[in-house]
Design a protein around this ligand. Sequence first.
Ligand code: SF4
Length: 576
Amino acid sequence: MTTVFLHPPGIYDFRKRPVFIGAMSEAVPSTPVFEMYPMGFVSMAHYLERHGHRARIVNIALKMLNSEKFDAEKFIKRLNAEAFCIDLHWMAHLHGAIEIAKICKKFHPNTPVIFGGFTSTYYHDEILTKFSFIDYVLKGDSCEYPLLKLIENLNKTDKEDIPNLSWRKNNIVKSNPITNVPETVNFVIDPKFMLKLIIRDMDIDANLPYRSWLDEPTMPILTSKGCLYNCVNCGGSSECYKRIYNRKKPAFMEPDKVIEQLRLNEEYIKNPVFFLNDIRMGGKRYYEEVFKKIKKEKIDLPVVFELFSPLTEEFAVTLKSTFAHYNLEMSPEDASDDVRFCAGKNYTNEDVENSIEIALNNDCDKFDLFFMLGLGKQSKKSIYRTLDYIDSVIGKFKKFKNSGEREHKVYPFISPYAPTLDPGSIAFENPARYGYVVLHRTLEEHYNAFDRYSWKDFFNYRTENLSPDDIIDLTYDTAVKLSHIKRKHEMVDDRYVKNTEKQVEISRDVMKKVAQISKTGIGINDNEREINLLRDEINESMKSLIHKNRELNWPRNRKSLNVYVMNILGNILRRL
Ligand code: SF4
């Protein structure tokens, strides 16, 4: 029997319902369907297999995205599973996760349905109280061992000794403490294991982490779990880790494991490695040891690092001496220091500009700057000031090549934080203090909101200055204005600007139509032709506003995993 990991789409069934997801996924590699499954799926599946169990990953979201004909119900009905594991990590997956769980239980009433992830942890009690088709919640940030224990003890009545588990006993919700909190992160994601699953199931898209993975595979390295910082709207802040996931301090990946992961990436993925979280959180000794080993092993991959605090000369020099190519990412959120401080980030614009300066002086290939809109204390004025600031930063750091051509290494982005304030985050618990008003508190309220038609309905908050309508309007307005700024600096051409304007026009038009449906309560069967037409328009509107595929991606090596998989599949087919 197999433990089946199912990754749901954000909204089920986005192909049938006229639902307008808007710009929710602008800052992540997924499409608006949120088809990217969590890395934890691979580590848990691998862990189960290493302990003699069989596991399968099915990216339901991607299968739905890739084929109009894919029937999720029929597919799930045919599965023969020992247990279904469904991720509900971030709130964006709630609707899909609940619907997929219902389908699992409908066709397999005796097969346990297990939820996991941050959102599941925060709402574990409500999940088990209100949603009878979900049997277990595994809490915390590390569930490999608890899942193994659960799978091995599914038939036992008493499950008190399974760490991190919430469950029902005689209709009463029991919550075992979160005691499985490993002090190191030592799980290496092995692309060979993922390839093994693809080949064994003969189902490529079921196993892919996201749509473009074969063409543009990335294998991020999670060098740590936990955080040292307290951004108030983040469900993964230091305070949240302590209060909700029982992690008192961050855990780090041992340097040798980092090397092992990089070696695997070098062999199979070949593309840039994204170091998730700021490696400096482990301290100077930690990252110096990692970098020393990278040099010794002559690992030559382009890398991307996140900066949770300003860059120092000393770190930049170390990066320069270790990597031939590196990119950096920093998220100042807003150009107003006040808004940024209120968001929990304690650095100034001067610090941001110093960081860029240091990076560029130390051969950084690209410096991405992320700004957000929809934050507490922000106002329309502060958001437009942020655009002016972006304009000045691009101008300040553009360089001229010998040929006279402009060269840009600083890429600013502005995208909505919306539509949900992370449940459990510092601001969610104490909204007034940070300029927020929370509109939905319970999981059920969130589910009902996601069951509606438009991302405007999905908002679980407003700010003291901005309503959901304002945030949406600003999203479209700033997208156009930013494209004009980038054109002014010759970062993009006229076509780019026209595309953005067209995209915004389509989105605004779709918003109006969907609002009308929402108001009149028209059902999806009321006027199928109209609904189908609207669905086509919605699909058109789903193209990225910030052209992230072009601007967010990093330089690629030409030989991708696609070639590798095709070679393997070719070899297998030849042998059949
Ligand atoms: S957003 Fe802030 S709190 Fe959250 S992980 Fe990043 S640095 Fe940590």
